[in-house]
Design a protein around this ligand. Sequence first.
Ligand SMILES: [Zn+2]
Length: 249
Amino acid sequence: MALHPDDVVQVADGVHRVRGGLVNWYLLEDGADLTLVDAGYPGDADDVARSVALTGHRTEDLRAVVVTHAHTDHLGAVPRLQAAHGIPVHADPVEVAHVRRERLEQVTVPRVLAEAWRPRVAAWAVRALGRGGTREVRVASVVPFPPGGPLDLPGAPVPVPTHGHTSGHTALHLPAAGVVLTGDALVTGHPTSARPGPQLLPRMFHHDPAGAAAALEALARLDADVVLPGHGEPFRGAVRDAVARALDR
Ligand SMILES: [Zn+2]
């Protein structure tokens, strides 16, 4: 199903949330220029282009893609954006090798099959496959974040290392807007989860589950009252409250 205009919503000044079929991505707007944060599944590439158009921009307005991490459902449209428009992709220095697929820290098909008896897991896996969840994503080049401070990109996101979900997973803080994009360090729902609300993803999705739990401390310290996750709906409330709820489940 193609993206619907209602799936693109401005959630804060200059911040657009895009609800893909199984994963969110975000567009940070600064005048004519955009930063794309995360890039959906490979099968979401047309929807990524549509979402840019729905904000009144052209794909050529994208200055960069910033990825919270290199899982296939966050990196999918990057090869096309690089090939067609030469748009650079930026990631945490620790995540760079993962983006290049020099290593892969993604849940395996056998592991998913082993969990397929759980309610919702099999149905999610079929949908993920349909969007190219097991397709190889080839990314030609990736720019590591410089140390410390905001990125010199539209929206000026500040990387917040939240290593654990993957070795170099990073959240992105927008201090002026009071927004944090949490990627998969903290979500508010997932097709494999029965209940909405702030939560950690199921254990099988984390490369380092203990690290993923510890990473919540870095989020709780941020000054933000709009929490925009990689999966699930926006949470309006202090990020420390979202973290407390996730730990309470
Ligand atoms: Zn994800």
